[in-house]
Design a protein around this ligand. Sequence first.
Ligand code: HEM
Length: 428
Amino acid sequence: MLGRALEYAKDPLAMFQRQWDHYGPVSPILMLGQRWVFLLGPEACEAALTNRDKAFVNGPAWTEVIGPFFQRGLMLLDFEEHHMHRRIMQQAFTRDRLEGYVERMHPAIEQGLRRWRPLPRFEAYPALKTLTLDIAAEIFMGGAEHTPPSEMAAINKAFIDCVQSAAAIVRYPLPGTRWKRAIKGRRVLEDFLRSYLPDRRATETSDMLSQLCHIETEDGERFTDDDVINHMVFLMMAAHDTSTITVSTMLELLGKHPEWQERCRTEALALPERPSLAELESLEAIDWVMKEALRLRAPVPVMVRRTIKDTVVCGVEIPADTFCSVGPQFSHVMPEYWTDPMRFDPERFSPERREDKSHRYAWEPFGGGVHKCLGMHFAGSEIKAIMCHLLRGWTWSVDPGYVAPLNNHSLPFPSDGQPIDLLRRTRA
Ligand code: HEM
C-alpha cells in the first residue's frame, strides 16, 4: 500500500496515465491504508468540483491530507457554513482592495530582490520562497511592525512547520516528529496573530489581517477573532507555496526559452517601474507564460474530496465514505485537449487558439465550483508584479536539457533548489 503512495511521489503523471489507461476517468486505488478513487480527465473533475448532488465534502478529506493545522480555513468548510464564510471573505478580494495590495507589494518585492546576487547556479526556489514570505509579511500582516526580524524568523519557521506536516509519515505527536513541530507551530502562529488583533480591529489598514477584522457583508455578517485567526493561517498557506512554485516554474521556462524571456521583458519595460493592477492585467505574453507554467506544473496537482453519500461519476458508482483525488494536472496534458501537450507553447492561450477553452475543465489550476480559488486574481497580480521586477533588473538562463527533480510529497517543488545562471541586467 505504501508502494502506491511512493509511486505517486516518484511520478504522479505516469501513475495517473496508468490508472487512466486501465480504468478510464474513475479508478479505484488503495493508498496508505485507505480506499481512494482517482477522478481523472475534465469530465470527472467537473462532476466532483461542481458537486451537483452535494455528495462530496472538503473538510474531512483535506484534513486527512494536510492535517489539523489549517482547521476551519475556508477550503476546509462545507456547504452553508462555507457559503457564509466565503461571502464575508470575498469582501477582502474586491478590486479596490486588490489595488491596495498591489501598491503594498512593489516596495516589498524591491526590498527582497536587493538581497539577490548574480551567480551561476543561483538557487531560485529558496530565494523566491523567502521573497514571497517577505511579501506576505507586508500584505498579510501590514509589515508586522511589533515583531523584530529575529522573532519574524521564528514565525516563518512555525508557518513552514505547519506546511510541512502534510508530508509527515508519522501522523502522531511523537517527540522530534514533523507532526509535533506542526502542533507547536500552529500555537506560535495563533499567539502571533492574536497579539495583533486589538490594533488591527481598532484601525482599518490595507493589509489582509486588518481587512478580515473589518469586512462585513451587506447583511452585517462579520468574522469573530477565532475566524480571523483560522482564515489568516490558512490564507498564508494557500498563498505562499502556490505562488512560489508558479514563479519558479516561470523562471525555469523563460531561462530555457530566451526568446520568450526577451518578449516578456519588452512588455515589462513598457510599463512603469511599479505597475498598477490594471497595468499588470494588460500584460499579454507574461500572462500566457504564467498560464503555461500553471498548466505544465500545477502547484495543486490534485484536490481531495470525500463522499458523504453514494454518487455516480462518468457512469461509475462511488460509495459513500470514499476518499477521492481530483487531478487537474492530468487534464492539463491530455492530448485530447492540447496540441503537443508537453511542449512549452504559451501562444496556446492566445485569443486565436484558446486551447484552454477546449473543455470548461481542461485548464483548472485554480479548481472550480464553489471552492474555486478565492485568491486567483491576487495570485495573478503578485506573480506578474514579481516577474516585472525580475525582468527589469535581471537576466537568467537555464540549460535547455534541464529537468527539475520534483519533490511530490506535498506540493511539487524542485528539490535541487531550481538552479539558474543569474546576471544583473545592464540598463540600456
Ligand atoms: C498560483 C497560485 C495559486 C493556486 C494554483 C491556487 C490553487 C487553488 C486551488 C486548486 C484551490 C481549490 C481547492 C479545492 O477545491 O479543494 C484553491 C482554493 C483557495 N485558494 Fe488558492 N491558489 C493560489 C493562490 C492563492 C492565493 C494567493 C490566495 C490568497 C491570497 C489563495 C486563497 C485560496 C482560498 C481562500 C481558497 C479556498 C476557497 C474556498 O474553499 O472557497 N490562493 N486555491
